[in-house]
Design a protein around this ligand. Sequence first.
Ligand code: FEO
Length: 171
Amino acid sequence: MISKKMVQALNKQLNNELYSAYLYLSMSSYANYVGLKGAANWFMVQYQEEMFHFMKFYNYVNSQGDHVVLAQLDAPPSEFGSLLSMYQQTLNHEQFITASINDWMELAIQEKDHATQIFLQWFVTEQIEEESNDNDIIAKLKLVGDTGAGLFMIDNELALRLFTPPPATAP
Ligand code: FEO
């Protein structure tokens, strides 16, 4: 039995995930515009991941006998500066998402809602990976510089990212 308060929190996160998708879609287009085709691919894959996250929340709320409440989304920025700046903005955003997931996990613990704790556990692990990926790319960009040959090399690496939907897990 899930509480209304918990459903409200999950709906908030579901909208956060949708905003994340919106943000990365904008970043992908911007990267393409400035000639960073690899980064455009990376952010498009990130968009697909966020839509997967969104759908996980969507399906979970439905599975708990409640319903999704979609909210109006803020417009994301449309210009992001250098590639290093793009990844710093990405890391900042993911740190915000991690903090929200932690808040909802706290609530699930307080409410002794074990089902939602198990559900959110997947996102706790996912956020470790998300932040780690961003930190790795930021470290590389700082190492080789985000201009000239270094930028070209990293952009080629970013071109290799593929979207692989994680194996289906309950719920
Ligand atoms: Fe869905 Fe990037 O967190």
